[in-house]
Design a protein around this ligand. Structure first.
Ligand code: CS2
Length: 491
């Protein structure tokens, strides 16, 4: 079978959408850092939409910050790849053409800096995951002792980190008299634009106070809420795409049909008309972000840890477990909803019902293990801030507490049948040490984890109600097992 390449496009079976524009005429107004599956199933699709409208300046240069795998897969395909949207009603396919090239940053930092400081670059979008911000998830501050940050302050023209690249590019643009680009964070962080601006400002300040003042005054970092469930691509997905298209695609993306993007409308250097394709531009996005982070991602992490320990491989399997589905409903309705700011234009009941339906999508193979990754970076904004809000009003938080206890149990590296758990987390070694020292003593385990300020901050370790609730929940999980703890929480 031949490869998905530009000449193969016109021979694809009927019904498969392809770029309608001349790709050789596309220029890249956008540089994207972190070319993963999510970006290719979300922002790149909205760019493909505006290119189809004829707005030829909104192609994307993708930058991989670590591995060359994506470039290796897409280079022979001239950047083309397949998006498969999958639901109970079947699969739909579309070939996306907006990704013009992929650069691999560690191979050629100079080239990446040159592209970032080129006149045509107007927006830099980011999906670098929580840990790409090199910040302390509990406080939001840049971690100056982070090895990549320390390196980049020492060698500003050979950066490794996101702040290192962006601040050096901003400096070069300023020196050349070019306006700053707009930085658009598309990561699941609260106030992601403000968070990005804060770390960029802090990094710039370490380099030079004048540059920091420039960043403060000139850099626009609108906040965004992004939403689409995009499981990691599997070999079965590749086989399915090949069967449907009649050509092979080394790295297609598979996503649910649902897709949402809400953006604060502050783009001094201009922006594409994404609004013509369903993107909502609003004045203040933070209430949307909070709703999505706490309801969708908070539930996701809960499903991930409880589901994994209860033996469910995928989110859909976990949602078919009545106990888990009911816990998720309670987490949403009784614990999370009361902490959310009012959003008059949103029907929250319908939003939550739709979330549960999306989680239950039987056609998506979204592994609980995938979502369980990087819990230390995710828990604060997904669950711990909800808990803080509930503590402040003396309200109970049993399901959120069970989720935190399940996460702690998960990080031990062994499931309840004694099988090894592949714990992926920047703090995995710290967690292993805590488990090693505490064993199955719930008090020692609670104390050990609460002494991790990156996750729990400085307030939760002082909060007696929180400490008592978590210790009791851990006792239950450790002594009776996760299913018994789920049942007891529901009583
Ligand atoms: C998930 C998210 O992996 C995870 O942590 O919770 O990637 C989630 O699928 C997206 O945020 C949905 O928009």
């Amino acid at each position: 079978m031949t490869r998905l390449v530009p000449p193969s496009l016109n021979a694809l079976p009927a019904g498969i959408a392809i770029p309608s524009y001349d790709r050789s005429a596309v220029s890249c107004g956008i540089v994207h850092l972190g070319v993963g599956a999510f970006h290719r199933a979300h922002q790149a699709v909205y760019c493909d939409d505006v290119l189809n409208d004829g707005a030829m300046e909104w192609g994307i240069t993708g930058v991989s910050l670590r591995s060359a795998a994506m470039r290796e897969a897409l280079l022979p395909q001239d950047g083309l790849y397949t998006l498969c949207t999958r639901s109970g009603e079947g699969d739909r396919y579309r070939v996306i053409g907006s990704l013009k090239q992929v650069l691999v940053a560690p191979e050629d930092p100079d080239r990446v800096l040159a592209v970032l400081s080129a006149p045509e670059t107007r927006i830099v979008t980011l999906t670098v995951t929580e840990k790409g911000y090199c910040h302390d998830p509990a406080s939001g501050d840049l971690v100056l002792s982070h090895p990549d940050i320390a390196h980049d302050l020492e060698h500003p023209d050979r950066p490794r980190s996101v702040p290192g690249y962006l601040v050096e590019a901003i400096r070069r643009r300023r020196e050349k008299g070019l306006p700053a680009f707009t930085v658009l964070s598309c990561d699941n962080l609260p106030a992601n634009g403000r968070t990005a601006k804060r770390i960029l400002h802090q990094f710039a300040y370490e380099r030079d106070a004048g540059l920091a003042a420039y960043v403060e005054a000139e850099l626009a970092c609108p906040s965004t809420m992004v939403d689409r469930i995009v499981p990691a691509t599997t070999d079965d997905d590749r086989t399915g795409v090949a069967a449907a298209l009649g050509v092979t695609d080394a790295w297609p993306v598979v996503a649910e049909p649902f897709c949402q993007w809400v953006i604060e409308d502050r783009f001094p250097a201009g922006r594409p008309h994404w609004d013509r394709h369903g993107v909502q531009f609003v004045k203040d996005v933070e209430a949307y972000e909070l709703m999505k982070l706490r309801l969708l991602n908070g539930s996701h992490s809960t499903i991930a840890y409880l589901g994994y320990l209860a033996g469910h491989e995928t989110v859909a399997d976990a949602m078919a477990d009545d106990m888990l589905a009911e816990l998720v409903r309670r987490l949403m309705d009784e614990e999370t909803t009361p902490t959310l700011p009012a959003l008059p234009e949103i029907d929250l009941d319908a939003y939550k019902a739709a979330l549960r339906e999306r989680f239950a999508n039987p056609a998506l193979h979204h592994r609980t293990w995938q979502i369980a990754m990087d819990g230390s970076q995710k828990l604060p904004q997904r669950l711990l801030w909800t808990i803080r809000d509930l503590l402040a009003r003396n309200a109970p938080f049993p399901v959120a507490c069970l989720a935190v206890a399940a996460w702690i149990r998960y990080t031990s590296g062994q499931d309840e049948t004694g099988k090894t758990v592949d714990v992926r987390d920047p703090l995995a070694a710290t967690f292993a040490r805590i488990h090693e020292a505490a064993g199955t003593d719930p008090v020692a385990l609670t104390n050990g984890f609460l002494a991790v300020p990156e996750v729990f901050g400085s307030d939760l370790p002082q909060d007696r109600d929180f400490i008592a609730a978590l210790t009791e929940m851990l006792r239950l999980v450790l002594q009776k097992g996760v299913r018994a703890a789920m049942a007891a929480t529901l009583r």
